[in-house]
Structures are given as structure tokens and as C-alpha cells.
Write a protein that binds this ligand. Structure first.
Ligand code: IPE
Ligand code: MG
Length: 228
């Protein structure tokens, strides 16, 4: 979800106002994803690297998170949305963690769309955490080095149980991944749009999905093999 700061600059307002405007984009996208029967939608809301932004902006983002969670939980409950979080949540301020856990708990029986919030998340952090746990389990003889394979490795990632993304959308005309789900996007289709995040709506999601539907996903095989 990129481009809040540039959106704000273009509208002559503060970066924090740009982030606030991003909430409507989240609401519309989540609603659209639910309407068309998407199972998982992962939102990269705050990265490990974002902690190094000016304290004032970090504080504004954390306050906005608390506000958005409070504001949206009822709506999510009604829309049968389930919420999960991935990332180093121990770093989040207590109030954010508390609201978040409360929201997750309230939505735990919902069976529709799962929204995965990537908060204080980075892929390199996640992979290193997985390696640490694997090393510790090997030292404690819970696993042997020979047991380590792709399937076992994935069990140690924070996304365990969540299917790999089929489509990754990046907004704001930036063409990079920025430490997001590096392992999981090995075969994801990538979609880039010039739209700044606060201007993104469900119609933009549908447009991205229509584009995705015209692609041939070969997973390293030939076109003939896929057709056969
Ligand atoms: C995305 O918008 C929101 C977060 C990273 C939290 P940015 O704040 O990165 O917006 P730009 O890139 O400065 O336009
Ligand atoms: Mg940015």
C-alpha cells in the first residue's frame, strides 16, 4: 500500500493526512475482495524499515492503526472477515497490540475473507526468525538437518497455513518488492499501478484481477504442458 506521502504532497497536506486517506482505500479493497470471494488478502501496512521514519510519523501511523481497528471491527464482523497478523508484533506499542488482539479475537469465528495484516513485518526478518527456530529445534533433536526441506521450512514461516499469493499488487508506480513475502512470492504474478494508495478502490482491485486472469502461469513448465 504505497503512495500515501506523495498523495498528501499533491494535495498540499501532511503525510499523516495521506495515511488517514489510505483507510478508505483499505475499506473498499477489503469489501471488494469479500464480494468476489477472495480467500486471503495480505496488506503490507507497516514494515520493519518503517520504524526508522520520523518519530512523529511513526506515532501518527500507530494512532491511526488503533483508530482504524476500533472503527472497522464491527463492519468486519458483519462482513464475515477474519483477521490475522504477521510480523514482529512485540515491537508494536502495547495499545496497538491490545486492540489488534481484541479485534482478532472478536472475528475468530468468521469464515469469509481472511485479511492478513503485515505489521512490523519484513521478509528478511521472517526468514531469519525461521532459521533461528529451525537451528534451535535441530540442537534440541526435535528435527534433524536431513528433515529440512521446502515443506518443513514453510512451517516455520509466519505465513504457515496461508497459501502463497497468486497476485501481488504494488501501487504508486514503484517497481520493487521492498522486503515483502520474498519466499512466498516465488511464483506470484506481479501487478504495478500508478495509482497512489489513497486513490485505490475495489474497481482497481478488479482491474488487477482481470489482468491476472489473462496471464498464463507456467511455474517453470512449457505452455504445451500447461495446456495438456
Ligand atoms: C505507504 O505510503 C504507507 C506506509 C509505508 C506506512 P508511504 O508513506 O510510503 O508514501 P510515499 O511513498 O511517501 O508516497
Ligand atoms: Mg512509500
Amino acid at each position: 500500500m504505497d503512495g500515501n506521502g506523495r498523495w498528501a504532497a499533491r494535495h498540499g497536506s501532511t503525510r499523516s493526512f495521506g495515511h488517514e486517506q489510505g483507510i478508505e482505500a483499505v475499506r473498499s479493497t477489503v469489501e471488494g475482495a469479500g464480494e468476489i470471494g477472495i480467500s486471503y488478502l495480505t496488506l503490507f501496512a507497516f514494515s520493519t524499515e518503517n520504524w526508522a521514519r520520523p518519530q512523529e510519523e511513526v506515532d501518527a501511523l500507530m494512532n491511526l492503526l488503533v483508530y482504524a481497528i476500533e472503527q472497522e471491527t464491527e463492519n468486519l464482523l458483519r462482513n464475515n472477515v477474519h483477521v490475522m497478523v504477521i510480523g514482529d508484533t512485540a515491537k508494536l506499542p502495547g495499545q496497538v497490540r491490545e486492540k489488534l488482539l481484541n479485534c482478532i479475537d472478536r472475528l475468530k469465528n468468521n469464515t469469509g475473507l481472511t485479511v492478513v495484516l503485515a505489521l512490523s513485518y519484513s521478509s528478511k526478518w521472517e526468514i531469519v526468525e525461521a532459521v533461528k527456530k529451525i537451528a534451535s529445534d535441530a540442537l534440541n533433536h526435535k528435527i534433524s538437518p536431513d528433515d529440512i526441506n521446502i515443506g518443513l521450512f514453510e512451517k516455520y514461516l509466519s505465513t504457515t497455513g496461508i497459501p502463497d499469493p497468486e497476485l501481488l499488487i504494488r501501487t504508486s508506480g514503484e517497481y520493487r518488492i521492498s522486503n515483502f513475502l520474498l519466499w512466498q512470492i516465488a511464483y506470484s504474478e506481479l501487478y504495478f499501478t500508478e495509482k497512489l494508495w489513497p486513490d485505490f478502490r475495489k474497481e482497481d482491485l478488479f482491474e488487477a484481477i482481470a489482468d491476472f486472469q489473462n496471464r498464463e502461469r507456467r511455474f517453470g513448465l512449457t505452455s504445451e504442458q500447461i495446456a495438456g
